[in-house]
Design a protein around this ligand. Sequence first.
Ligand code: PLP
Length: 389
Amino acid sequence: MNIKLNENFKMLGGGYLFSEIAARVAAYRAQNPSKRVISLGIGDVTRPLAPSVATEMSRAARKMSTRDGFVGYGDTQGTPELRSAISKRYEARGISLNQDEIFISDGAKSDLGNLFDILGDNEIVIFDPIYPVYIDSAIISGRKVRFLSANEENSFLPSPTFLPKKAFVIFLCSPNNPCGAIFTREGLGAWVDFALESGSLIIFDAAYESYIRDASLPHSIFEIKGAKKCAVEICSFSKMAGFTGVRCGWTVIPGELPIHSLWKRRQSTKFNGASIISQRGALACLSPLGVRENQGSINYYMENARLLADFIKEKGIFFVGGENAPYLWVKQPNKMGSWEFFHHVLHSSGIVITPGEGFGKSGCGFFRISAFASRKDVLEAIERLNAVL
Ligand code: PLP
């Protein structure tokens, strides 16, 4: 074949982190068929859908089998009912959004990558360590990336203090994956101020906002004054309502940003809307019953996080997270390389963790534990890890 390929792919590191973990775990399973593997690694939800949400989706599917209830292509931007329910959710936090500023997606990951379609050749600012999708998407688009080390000194939340005053595209994630750290209003305010002064754009990933327990912490960047002039927000039903398989999320692009019309144009060309059945389910997630049922699962995961945090505290090992996020970022009790430590934990206990270095160089010496698991698995994992850590 003589066609030219996107050479940027050559710049990506090995495999995508979680595919790499899955491959290593599959190899371990093949060698140890009798060992029950417990995964506190990939960070996928484990609890079933809320009953009211599943009922609504099956009703929506049945309706599609009737002459009157069938619908084909819908509004690319999402159903008006779902966009209205999302804008009411923001209203409850004092944020006023026009429905046209809300774009329903098939989940946060697609939009995080697709936004590069409408952005020019800007330098990208990304924390290190971080959810790998930002970096990989920037590299695939051939962008230059400037990393800000998230470490013990800055409580895993770098500030813009040391950046030159020029226009960047800045990825922020709060509550943060992998560190579980979360911005205070002041911390996030510093980034909004920097973006306004420098003409930068912030892409704020709020995929874990429903895990915030401390009422003083911001759930949305639009709680910060001035953010509508410099930020977009990406959110998802994945972790909030167990939709990792169902697929539905949303992106807010304020109408006053020049990229609003570009995104609308991009979506109408390259996207035909999220599944109508997923959107009906998502709408049910925002009903009072749906919210209550999903809150039950969030509380369950956060109790797992508390049990894991208590265990690590008892061991006297340094960690952060687990209070307003379903992830714990734990210091390795030895000087092994990240993947070597991952291998050691897997082979000595059958527990899957995520190696810190998989999230970036500064993740070296740390590992991430996910609270997305059954209680039984968390308790057994604690027992098994007790012998390893
Ligand atoms: N953003 C962060 C920080 C995530 O951790 C994840 C998934 O783990 C996503 C986005 C992707 O979410 P979605 O399932 O909506 O694509």
